[in-house]
Design a protein around this ligand. Sequence first.
Ligand SMILES: *Cc1c(COP(=O)(O)O)cnc(C)c1O
Length: 364
Amino acid sequence: MATLPVMRQPPIRPALEAIPTYKPGKPPAARDGMPTYKLSSNENPYPPLPGVLEAVSGAASQFNRYPDMAASALYDAIAERFQVPVADLAVATGSVAVLYHLLQAICTDGDEVVYAWRSFEAYPIAVQMTGAAGIQVPLADGARHDLDAMARAITDRTRAVLVCTPNNPTGPAVTEAELRDFVAHVPPEVVVVVDEAYREFVRDPAVGDGSDLYRERSNVVVLRTFSKAYGLAGLRVGFAIAPARLAQAIRKVSLPFGVSQVAQAAAIASLRAEDELFKRVEALVGERTRVLDGLLESGWDVPDSQANFVWLPLGDHTVGFAAACDDAGIAVRPFPGDGARVTIGEIEANDIFLRAAAQWQAAH
Ligand SMILES: *Cc1c(COP(=O)(O)O)cnc(C)c1O
């Protein structure tokens, strides 16, 4: 029997083998004669504001040119809005990219990064691709971060701790007192990443801004994004507010020309249009209250949400529930064996979801 030659192929870093694949929220299945809605990706259901569209079309007429690599106008606008020096900012193609860059800048083989679980599914990928190990600390009651356990999980190898507040996909936010106490227990060599992708949806007055802590500590990095409240998910812009050393390290490893001129223009226009955008956020927060109340009324036991989604802890029923919602024309985001995350969307979409959830509850 002839033996096949051993095939030689380019090696791929072993660290990549265990990296899970990011599963995006699916669009709804098309249903004959029935409206369908995508409540699976925490997107903003409102179409772009006219002023933002105008800024985008203006910038689009020049896409034969590279964007302003320094993104100077965008940096200036963010610095003014958040009252931080430009040197303490790092802009990239979404705050997920900012996180990837940050971890790439501070982690290597053998290091550890602590984060809650379940939390944002990009975290294991962002951590493991650096060669570091992810130390997952189970959520406490109410699907909240267990910050005491997270502080105890810090070792000599820990380079960063990721705090997702409000937590994607479960919804609760960390209070200012909890965060302050936690940061006081983290050694100054360990970076605390406060991922505030949903900050604009928070209404609990006990929840603070990560940026207050960034002003007091040399190891706190705040992540913000234009993808959710600002409605620019498809354009890819996010940023870090960080001590200059860390901000500069993030910039160093960022892709050159990553943030397009169109995205820069849209982000600047969105900051100028905050009054209008935040009215939309307020309406979504109102819908969140209505959806949470509706779920509680029909007998669901759901955690608080300070974000633009709700979490149904369905365990083994998760996939069945997602299928039932899909039959009703609603795509939700199932995490099999754990629960389903449902984005707050258009009023009609939320109505259909509430009906489907009530029917499910009555039947189970
Ligand atoms: C959506 C989200 C982000 C931001 O994503 P980008 O679109 O890359 O800015 C960051 N963190 C969490 C927890 C999110 O849910």
